[in-house]
Design a protein around this ligand. Structure first.
Ligand code: T6T
Length: 322
């Protein structure tokens, strides 16, 4: 900026300030962030990233999630929020199909919608989709299990429930990669409905039924926690390798103990940050800079590198930002 332009800008700012128009007249956008479930450190970490970005941009952030990961709890939250008419919605839909109609209501009300983490199958309704590379993460989990098992033996999967874009893709990536190991077999796929106690019981039963089981892939926080605790309490640490997704404190503890041998870690704080940033860009007339799809890399944490700061900085937090 030339000196002259700088002086003019300063003068203009002073006039606006004198008129009380500088910040007072700038619109404060309200962005709603609806997680899959409010109590999961994955989404809590996402909220922290979103809150920091909202603060930076001067945006009002509403964070509202249900007590369970299900369309039955998420849809009423969306409907109540719609009555408040936020300027944009950033959402982790709990089902690929069931959330299409509730999201359509936002689109009809001219509220831009961005999906974060999970998504819906009707991508046309969304301004942007932000997610991790779940297929790659599933394949990485299969590679880790195969390495520990010397590419031999039976393995099982504990997943959440069918119909969730992220965990479906992880399972798909895992199964596709397992095909590369002719001496390995996926003997069971269980669904825990996002309950750690259900995952624990399922893993215990798997350990009893398949006495030579070499590994279990837990496809998210609660699935991995349940599998890890079952292997630990059965004394099978070292014989059955648990490879899990995510990195909340309980999983990280099991990783450090060597019960869980690998964690596929996501970047929820970055997802939250980008969700708010893209919504703000759309609202402030910069929609052109927002990608239709943003795929984030995963980080692989293993027992040996769990204390390395370059890895541990990605571990999830359990407290919301205020
Ligand atoms: O793994 C994450 C998330 O990516 C997934 O969509 C649902 O489960 C988590 O929240 C972890 O519990």
């Amino acid at each position: 900026m030339t000196r002259q332009k700088f002086r003019t800008a300063l003068a203009a700012g002073a006039v606006l300030a004198a008129m009380g128009l500088s910040n007072a007249n700038a619109k404060t956008y309200t962005i709603a962030l609806v997680p899959g479930i409010a109590t999961d450190p994955f989404y809590i970490t996402m909220q922290r990233g979103a809150a920091a970005e909202a603060k930076k941009l001067g945006v009002h952030l509403i964070w509202q999630g249900g007590a369970s990961f299900s369309p039955e709890t998420q849809i009423p939250i969306l409907q109540a929020l719609l009555a408040k008419h936020p300027d944009a919605l950033v959402i982790a839909p709990t089902n690929k199909k069931a959330l299409i109609n509730p999201i359509k209501q936002y689109v009809s009300a001219h509220i831009p919608v961005i999906s974060v983490d999970t998504t819906i199958s009707d991508h046309g309704l969304l301004k942007s989709r932000i997610t991790s590379n779940n297929t790659q993460g599933g394949a990485a989990a299969a590679k880790a299990i195969a390495t520990f098992a010397h590419e031999r033996g039976d393995v099982a999967v504990i997943n959440v429930k069918p119909g969730i874009s992220t965990t479906d893709a992880r399972q798909k990536g895992f199964l596709a990669q397992m095909k590369h190991y002719p001496n390995m077999k996926v003997v069971a796929i269980e669904y825990d409905n996002d309950s750690p106690t259900k995952a624990f019981t399922e893993a215990q039963l798997l350990l009893l039924k398949y006495s030579h089981l070499k590994g279990i892939f837990g496809t998210n926080v609660f699935s991995a926690q349940g599998a890890g605790k079952a292997v630990d309490s059965s004394g099978k640490k070292g014989r059955v390798n648990v490879v899990g997704y995510d990195a909340e404190p309980g999983e990280v503890k099991l990783l450090k103990q060597g019960v869980v041998t690998t964690l596929i870690v996501q970047q929820p704080a970055l997802e939250g940050k980008l969700g708010v940033k893209y919504a703000y860009d759309i609202l402030s007339g910069h929609a052109g800079s927002v990608p239709k799809s943003k795929l984030l890399d995963n980080i692989t944490a293993i027992t040996k590198n769990a204390n390395d700061p370059d890895i541990s900085k990605y571990f999830y937090k359990s407290e919301l930002a205020h």
